[in-house]
Write a protein that binds this ligand. Sequence first.
Ligand SMILES: Cc1ncc(COP(=O)(O)O)c(C=O)c1O
Length: 420
Amino acid sequence: MRDLFERIIENKGPLGKWASQAEGYFVFPKLEGHISNRMKFNGKDVITWSINDYLGLANHPEVLKVDAEAAAEHGAAYPMGARMMSGHTDLHDQLQDELAEFVDKQAAYLLNFGYQGMVSAIDALVTKDDIIVYDVDSHACIIDGVRLHMGKRFTYQHNDMESLEKNLERATKMAEQTGGGILVISEGVFGMRGEQGRLKEIVALKGKYNFRLLVDDAHGFGTLGKTGAGTGEEQGVQDQIDVYFATFAKSMAGIGAFLAGDKEVIDYLKYNLRSQMFAKSLPMIYVKGALKRLDMLRTMPELKEKLWENVNALQNGLKERGFNIGTTQSCVTPVYLNGSIPEAMALVKDLRENYGIFCSIVVYPVIPKGLILLRMIPTATHDLEDINLTLEAFSAIRDRLENGTYKRLSAAVEAAMGDK
Ligand SMILES: Cc1ncc(COP(=O)(O)O)c(C=O)c1O
């Protein structure tokens, strides 16, 4: 037998093993200043393309005022205790009602965090007799929720309706034996590549198979649909989504999340959602803050218009310059380049230090070996100058990638990584 910590100390995990080369720069970077299109990184001004503040609400003066007033009145704690025990207020109810109305559902229930809430929602919605069928590219919160499931689960190939159907057939046969039901889970917008979940085609399968649909619309809420109610509204199938989920951590620029659906389902979740039954209620600062942000989502369509002006300018500019931005159908803007991990590190360093551009970098094993994904999130706070400077910088770094500059620069990194 060995000491539990021996393994932990020897093997820091798939990401942790890069800590000495990456920490403070590629991972755990410290962006400073007010959340906006321009912030400071390592003391230098950078254009930020990695912040999910889609509508630019994080630093909006009206939002800051409401947040400050709520903090002054309630502190950070009120109300104390879980919703069920002592942490419930009229404003929690009001926020739920307004969210439900906004996403066109009968009722909604608040969650303290999106990740934990989704894990708990999946846990509450199924029993061991039920079968889960979910997209293989799902966010970690869905994967981890499915991990709690005691029954069968199947993945379908990403956004592949043939594969979904095959798995629905298998799930149906199994459910007939267990006496359970089927839960299908998709994202509204897949956050890495920006594709929308094929919700319209998924719900069309309800004519043939008996299942309920749960949609994680973290990136669609506030950005898609005529009113900003998300991917279901965008595709005209909001009424066919049985349980709708969104977080406040993106368009709403806050903390918290919610589930919405038929009243009977939400009433059930209220009494069975362990992440809310056994955890302190969402503090009033975030409740009042979310009411304000939701009001702005509803009454200031110009924020979403400005966001999309920027999304279109950036995505069109990249395409005109011959960049591969994949199959995005949302604000999420991926740029795919060919290169190794050390080349990617040298390229991102060049972008940050010499061009003042800060965007996230994604490499193997999240995407296939040999690909570099620069993931960009345009927001309503960006302007044309940001976009033009970024397009010029991207053209320059692509030239340097293709002429081998980063290969040479990265040789030292590669040597250091040697046996990793
Ligand atoms: C698709 C998706 N689901 C869930 C979450 C988790 O939300 P939260 O940050 O509120 O925990 C995120 C955010 O990272 C997300 O992108």
